[in-house]
Ligand binder design. Structure first.
Ligand SMILES: CC(C)(COP(=O)(O)OP(=O)(O)OC[C@H]1O[C@@H](n2cnc3c(N)ncnc32)[C@H](O)[C@@H]1OP(=O)(O)O)[C@@H](O)C(=O)NCCC(=O)NCCS
Length: 165
C-alpha cells in the first residue's frame, strides 16, 4: 500500500488493521489498560470507517507489537487509540509509531492531529510532548477511574503542517 511505504524502513511489519486482527488486538488491550476497548468497540470503529494500523512482528508472524486507530474529520485527524503491547513498551516503539502516524497523516492532508489522554498517564504525556502535542482543553470527568470516580481528559493537539518536513 502506498501510504504504508512512508517510513517503511523504520517500521517493518506495519499494515492496515483488519477485522481478523481484532481478537488479538483486544487481548493486548485487556492487558495494558484498566478500562480497555472491547473487541466490539474495535469492530464498531472499523465499521465506522476509522483507519486502523497494526505493527506485526517480522520475526514472529502473528505476534502483534502495536496498533493505532485514526478518525478523520476532513483535514483534522483524531488519534483514537495508540497502544504498544506490554512486553514491547519503553523501547521506543510508541515514538516510532507516532512519528510514522504524524508523517502519514500529514502526507494524507491532515493539518492537525487531536487526542485525549488521562493526566495520570505520564508515559503517554511524555511521548505526546516529545512529538509536539500541546494541551488545548480539558474534558471534565471524561474517563472512569480505578477509584470508582472519574478522571478528566486532557485534549492535546499537534499542528502537523508546522511539525512535519
Ligand atoms: C503510551 C505508549 C503508547 C508509549 O509507547 P512506548 O513504546 O512504551 O514508549 P516509548 O518507549 O516510545 O517512549 C516514549 C516516551 O515515554 C518515555 N517512557 C517510556 N516508558 C517510560 C516509563 N516506564 N517511565 C517513564 N517514561 C517512560 C520515554 O522515555 C519516551 O520519552 P522521551 O522521548 O522523552 O525519552 C505505551 O506505553 C502504551 O501502549 N501504554 C499503554 C496504553 C496507553 O497508555 N496508550 C495511550 C493512551 S492515551
Amino acid at each position: 500500500m502506498a501510504s504504508a511505504a512512508i517510513g517503511e524502513e523504520r517500521l517493518k511489519g506495519l499494515r492496515p488493521m483488519s477485522m481478523l486482527d481484532l481478537t488479538r488486538v483486544a487481548a493486548i488491550e485487556r492487558r495494558i489498560y484498566d478500562f480497555p476497548w472491547t473487541e466490539g468497540n474495535f469492530r464498531d470503529s472499523l465499521n465506522a470507517g476509522h483507519e486502523g494500523w497494526l505493527l506485526e512482528s517480522v520475526d514472529t508472524p502473528g505476534k502483534l507489537r502495536a496498533y493505532a486507530l485514526l478518525m478523520w474529520i476532513v483535514d483534522e485527524v483524531h488519534l483514537l487509540n495508540i497502544s504498544v503491547s506490554a512486553d514491547e513498551q519503553g523501547r521506543g516503539l510508541g515514538r516510532r509509531l507516532m512519528d510514522w502516524l504524524i508523517r502519514h497523516c500529514f502526507h494524507e492532508g491532515a493539518q492537525s492531529m487531536l487526542l485525549e489522554v488521562r493526566p495520570s498517564n505520564l508515559v503517554a504525556l511524555r511521548l505526546y510532548a516529545a512529538c509536539g502535542f500541546e494541551q488545548i482543553g480539558t474534558r471534565r470527568a471524561y474517563y472512569p477511574a480505578r477509584s470508582g470516580g472519574r478522571e478528566d481528559a486532557w485534549v492535546l493537539r499537534c499542528r502537523l503542517a508546522l511539525e512535519s518536513t
